[in-house]
Every structure is written in structure tokens, then in C-alpha cells.
Write a protein that binds this ligand. Structure first.
Ligand code: ZN
Length: 95
């Protein structure tokens, strides 16, 4: 389960609580969507034309809290297996 940090990170959106279908969008290192936060809300935008029925993906670019070091355990937990030729092997944002 992943949370959206909003603004300065003091608030989060938990998509599993009263969330909509967007909570099921998976990560890909070659996404067709991106996320933009505006005024405390999350908007999903297309990076290109998306065919009907095509699965939506965005790059999670996960970050740990400032006081949580990026450990090997966290890196192992966030391994990516998206099979994209551009897969960087992690759901984490580049350091
Ligand atoms: Zn990947």
C-alpha cells in the first residue's frame, strides 16, 4: 500500500479509504500517465494517447520520509518487475 504525500508531506491521501478506481493504477518505468498534485488533490494526466482498454500506469517515484534512510530492505521491498526495456528495477525515485 502506498500513500500520496500532499503539499509539504504533513498530509497524505490513502487511496484505500474511500478511494476510487485510481487506487488500482500500477507502476511502470515506462508509464503512460503522470500524477500532478493541485490544491490537495491528485490528478492523473495522460503522457500520450491511450487506447480504450489499455492499462494505465504511472511512475510511482516513491520516496521515504526524510527521517527514514533508504535501506537495502526498503529497496528490496520496492523492486520493480515491470518488464519495460527501460525498467530501472525499483519503484523508488532515483536518489
Ligand atoms: Zn520497472
Amino acid at each position: 500500500m502506498y500513500l500520496f504525500a500532499i503539499g509539504d508531506g504533513k498530509w497524505v491521501i490513502d487511496p484505500s479509504v474511500n478511494g476510487n478506481e485510481a487506487q488500482w493504477i500500477n507502476h511502470s518505468c515506462a508509464p503512460n500517465c503522470f500524477i500532478r498534485e493541485r490544491q490537495g488533490r491528485i490528478f492523473i494526466h495522460a503522457l500520450r494517447n491511450i487506447r480504450a482498454g489499455e492499462e494505465l500506469f504511472y511512475d510511482y517515484n516513491l520516496e521515504t520520509d526524510d527521517d527514514v534512510p533508504r535501506t537495502k530492505a526498503i529497496e528490496n521491498e520496492c523492486r520493480c518487475r515491470c518488464r519495460s526495456p527501460r525498467c530501472r528495477g525499483t519503484l523508488l525515485a532515483p536518489p
